[in-house]
Structures are given as structure tokens and as C-alpha cells.
Design a protein around this ligand. Structure first.
Ligand SMILES: NC(=O)c1ccc[n+]([C@@H]2O[C@H](COP(=O)([O-])OP(=O)(O)OC[C@H]3O[C@@H](n4cnc5c(N)ncnc54)[C@H](OP(=O)(O)O)[C@@H]3O)[C@@H](O)[C@H]2O)c1
Length: 348
């Protein structure tokens, strides 16, 4: 190869790279920083776990906060703690709670949210966090669990968003968050009722992000991994009686504190980012599943472009490992049944 070609090829590649960079730069929507001070934030599922820590972080950033959940005692306790924190800041911030079952009829939720806005002003930040999970093999889950999961994890977020979005559009400001899950990016054994509800949130958020761009209303999705909350402990207790498959697969993931998860998301809201992932595994999953999801950061967009292929290869190895667990457990159970039958025959 001549010397000229040796020089020309890298130069052409560099120019091509710059052209691609410019195309991406001018294609991604610009990030809008979001300021929390004096805003009214409403957090569903704000009495415990990730939702409570999000409420703490919002108070620390100067918001007035409404927390929503069902259990009145828990709400009262959480609200008192938040008010103490708010008073310590000396900024005359207010905290209120509202007992609402987020699986209720839309009109009930709309009326309750309007009441919240009467007290603390129009809702500027909505965090759709209320949710819970049931896990079992598909054939063992009652079909009603699928309806319940869809209601609490997905439809509650649709109703809450519908209740606030017109006002945000009219005021041309606001932020709406959806708390999905790592299981909303990567579905494994036992999650047939839960994962689809969390995947659905992403589809909803992707659409909403595009529709709300002209109105300057930001949208974000948080994908928590295993997080040390009451909700997660309940799942752990259930895991004790669950098939080995889910236990073995869940062991592959780490455990994070709700504070860590909440802070990461609030930072992304402030920076105007769309996606929040947690930890190294979460970041890899985020890159891998970015697909046609919105992206506002040039750095993140380039990382996704550069690494998606290699992360796909790594995920295929993970999937192979999980499929191996599924087959191994199936064969072991078959062998156990066979042994039982053999013992019964001997006893006869
Ligand atoms: N913890 C994890 O490992 C993890 C991982 C991935 C994703 N997530 C997601 O993160 C979110 C928070 O999880 P978490 O672990 O912090 O949960 P958590 O500790 O169980 O708290 C759940 C909160 O939601 C409220 N809630 C539940 N059902 C409700 C309903 N029908 N109406 C109104 N409020 C309701 C609960 O209060 P009441 O019971 O009083 O209503 C509580 O305040 C959930 O969407 C969950 O799916 C969690």
C-alpha cells in the first residue's frame, strides 16, 4: 500500500467520524437543566423505600413535597420526618400527604391531585414510583395477578400523568418521572407478570418524551436494580419459597441503598437526562437497551454507538448462563420425581 493511502485512510475515517458526530449532535434534543427550588413535587409511593428517599432529596433541593400512598400511618410518619428535615432548612418548605389508592378510578386520582395542587400550588414534578412485584413461574401465577400488576405498576402512572400533564403543558414547564426497573430492560425467569408492566412504562415514557418536547416538559425513566427497601425484603421472603431458578439468577445482581438510587435519579432530573441507570451492570444494560429511546447527552449517545455491539455479546453470554440454570433446575426436578417414583415402587 502506498504511503499516500496509509495517510488518506485514517484522515478519511476521521472526517467520517466528525460528520457522524455532527449529525448526532444536531439530531439529539438539547438538554434543559431543571431547577427544583420552590417547585411542588408529588411522589407516588412516597411513604417508603425509593419513593421516600426521592422525597428526602426533593426537600433537600428546596421543593414543597406531596407524598402519596395508601397506608395512613406510614404516610403520617414519613410526612413528619420530611417536615422536620424541611424545617431544619429554614426555607418555609411544606410537606403534605394524601392517602390515594393509585389503582383507583381515574376521576378519583384527578380529584385528589387537584386537591394537592390547591394546598401547595400546581404540580411541577410528578414522580410515578408506586409499585410492587410478584414473582413466580408463569403457570403458577393467578391470571388476576397480571391485571393487578398492570394496574399498580403501569396504569397508575398513566392516570397520574394524565391528571397533571395539561397544566404542565399550559405552563410550559414541568418534569415527569417513571420508576421502571432493571426487570423492565431484562426479563428473567419468574417475572412474567412484573416485567411487562415495567417495559410498558418505558414505551409510555418514550412516547410522552416526544409529545412533550415542544412544551418544555421533561420526562425521565429510572431503572433501579435490586434496592434494599421493604418492598424488596418482601420479595426476598417470597424468594425463600420460590423456584431455585429466580434465586440463582437474582444472586448475579448487586444490592443498592434507596438513597443511592434516589440521588442518582434526582441528579439526572437536574441535568435534564432521560435515563437513569444504577451501577456498572445498570449502565451496561442502559447502553444495550437504549435502542430507539430518547437520548439528550452527546457523550452517552456516542458511548451507546461504540459499545452496544460488545455489550450485546456479553448479554448473550449472561442469557446462556440463565438458560443453563433453567435447564439444570428442570433436569434436577425430573430426576427427583423419578427417584420418588422409584422409592414408591420399592415400597409397594
Ligand atoms: N426495591 C427494588 O429492588 C426495586 C427494583 C426495581 C424497581 N423497583 C420499583 O421501585 C418502586 C419503589 O419500590 P420500593 O422497593 O421502594 O417499594 P416499597 O418499599 O414496597 O414501597 C412502595 C411504595 O408504594 C406505595 N404503594 C404501593 N401500592 C400502592 C397503591 N396501590 N397506591 C398507592 N401507593 C401504593 C406503598 O405504600 P402503601 O403500601 O401504603 O400504599 C409504598 O409507599 C416500585 O415501582 C418498584 O417496582 C424497586
Amino acid at each position: 500500500m502506498s504511503l499516500i493511502l496509509l495517510v488518506l485512510i485514517p484522515v478519511a475515517a476521521f472526517i467520517l467520524f466528525l460528520i457522524v458526530l455532527l449529525f448526532i449532535f444536531f439530531s439529539i434534543p438539547s438538554r434543559r437543566d431543571f431547577h427544583f427550588f420552590r417547585r411542588h413535587a408529588l411522589v407516588t409511593g412516597g411513604s417508603k423505600g425509593i419513593g421516600f428517599q426521592l422525597a428526602v432529596g426533593l426537600i433537600e433541593r428546596g421543593c414543597n413535597v406531596t407524598i402519596v400512598a395508601r397506608n395512613v400511618k406510614d404516610l403520617q410518619k414519613a410526612s413528619d420526618e420530611l417536615q422536620v428535615l424541611a424545617d431544619q432548612r429554614g426555607q418555609r418548605q411544606k410537606v403534605q400527604w394524601k392517602s390515594i389508592d393509585m389503582t383507583a378510578d381515574y376521576n378519583v386520582i384527578k380529584t385528589a391531585f387537584d386537591d394537592c395542587a390547591k394546598e401547595l400550588g400546581p404540580i411541577d414534578i410528578l414522580i410515578n414510583n408506586a409499585g410492587h412485584s410478584v414473582q413466580a413461574p408463569f403457570s403458577e401465577l393467578p391470571v388476576t395477578d397480571f391485571e393487578k400488576q398492570m394496574k399498580v405498576n403501569y396504569l397508575s402512572a398513566v392516570y397520574a400523568t394524565r391528571a397533571v400533564v395539561d397544566d404542565m403543558k399550559a405552563r410550559k414547564t414541568g418534569h415527569i418521572s417513571f420508576v421502571s426497573s432493571a426487570a423492565g430492560q431484562f426479563a428473567i425467569f419468574g417475572y412474567s407478570a412484573y416485567s411487562p408492566t415495567k417495559f410498558a412504562l418505558r414505551g409510555f415514557a418514550d412516547t410522552l418524551h416526544m409529545e412533550l418536547l415542544p412544551y418544555k416538559v421533561n420526562v425521565g425513566v429510572l431503572y433501579p436494580p435490586n434496592t434494599d427497601t421493604e418492598g424488596f425484603k418482601v420479595v426476598l421472603e417470597e424468594l425463600l419459597t420460590m423456584p431455585e431458578e429466580t434465586k440463582l439468577m437474582s444472586d448475579a445482581a448487586g444490592l443498592f441503598t434507596p438513597k443511592f438510587v434516589a440521588e442518582a435519579h434526582l441528579k439526572d432530573i437536574a441535568d435534564g437526562n432521560y435515563t437513569t441507570t444504577i451501577g456498572l451492570d445498570g449502565w451496561m444494560l442502559g447502553v444495550l437497551t437504549a435502542g430507539a429511546s430518547p437520548e439528550k447527552s452527546l457523550f452517552r449517545a456516542l458511548t451507546q454507538g461504540a459499545l452496544a455491539g460488545i455489550f450485546r455479546a456479553i448479554t448473550l453470554v449472561y442469557l446462556g448462563y440463565f438458560n443453563g440454570i433453567t435447564k439444570k433446575c428442570y433436569r434436577r426436578r425430573l430426576a427427583e420425581k423419578e427417584e420418588e417414583r422409584e422409592n414408591e415402587r420399592k415400597e409397594e
